[in-house]
Design a protein around this ligand. Structure first.
Ligand code: MIC
Ligand code: MG
Length: 299
């Protein structure tokens, strides 16, 4: 009932422990707190909060228009509804290194277990689009140093994302990744790698956990969990996938309404009321105050 039982500190410590085991952790992106609960119910390892999804949800493109407050607010709503660790996309950190520091503290207060900060210039864009630009290495390092110094819980994972692969090629990108690890990054998000061999090369060059971004319609082939595990990836995200699936289903529903005039034919494709109530633990509220919330439902 109500919010998750685990504190943020417990979730962060658990995340660190699982990461140190070297296994591959699966983090689908939640587009709202309810979908985060579905991710948890299905036994995934963590929840990703995508900047692209926060923006798209507001009807905006992913070009750095969303504010720290909007992202932290969404991250807080999601983190408090799941026992799983939440990894949040902090884009470029929302400004200069001092802004990065404040962003990290705000997101830490929101209860997330990890934050990633990238080296794109502002205005940024999706890492799988052409025409990206990255800041110079010292600026990228300064962002990560500021993030590391700002956290108050040493278990908050600071992940450095670099978009340099598409801009400067893999060898230069790997040099930058090493510099970001030296600056204190706990993990690396090598954006827009194109092949499993590239993940293997990054794995061989670094001693910290690495993340694979399996976003659709981008530059990366959609590798399987097994393929990514075999090349030593530690976290895989499907950042926008649930939103894409949900929007696809919503469109199909609207088309059915237009043509059939009723949604009766789509009932088998819908989440049943009973499953929704299960996901939000309606029974827990019923037990808390059966005088007000009692309700039974046949499926
Ligand atoms: C991971 C990402 O940063 C996100 O915001 O989810 C995006 C995903 C996308 O736009 O497909 C990205 O830049 O890769
Ligand atoms: Mg993003």
């Amino acid at each position: 009932m109500l919010y998750a039982e685990s504190t943020a500190a417990v979730k962060r410590a658990g995340f660190r422990e699982r990461l140190s085991s070297g296994e591959l952790l699966r983090f689908p992106g939640a587009f709202n707190p309810l979908s985060a609960r579905l991710i948890q119910q299905r036994g995934f390892d963590g929840v990703y909060v995508s900047g692209a999804v926060v923006a798209a949800d507001l009807g905006l493109p992913d070009i750095g228009l969303t504010t720290l407050s909007e992202v932290a607010g969404r991250a807080r709503q999601i983190a408090r509804m799941t026992e799983l660790p939440v990894l949040v996309d902090a884009d470029t950190g929302f400004g200069e290194p001092m802004n990065v520091a404040r962003s990290v503290q705000e997101l830490e207060d929101a209860g997330v277990a990890g934050v990633h900060i990238e080296d794109q210039v502002n205005p940024k864009r999706c890492g799988h689009l052409d025409g990206k630009e990255v800041v110079d290495e010292q600026t990228a390092i300064n962002r990560i140093r500021a993030a590391v110094q700002a956290r108050r819980d040493a278990n908050l994972l600071i992940m450095a994302r670099t978009d340099s692969r598409a801009v400067a090629g893999l060898p230069a990108a790997i040099d930058r990744m090493k510099a970001l690890v030296d600056a204190g990054a706990d993990a690396i998000f090598p954006e827009a790698l194109t092949s499993l061999a590239e993940f293997e090369a990054v794995r061989a060059a670094l001693d910290v956990p690495i993340l694979a971004n399996m976003t659709e319609f981008g530059k990366s082939e959609l590798f399987t969990v097994d393929q990514l595990r075999d090349v030593g990836v530690n976290i895989v995200i499907w950042p926008v996938s649930l939103l894409r699936l949900a929007m696809g289903a919503a469109l199909a529903g609207l088309e059915e309404l237009e043509t059939a005039g009723s949604l009766a034919g789509l009932l088998p494709r819908m989440q049943h009321r009973a499953d929704l109530y299960d996901l939000i633990d309606y029974a827990g509220y019923n037990a808390f105050d059966s005088g007000v919330f009692n309700f039974t439902l046949e499926k």
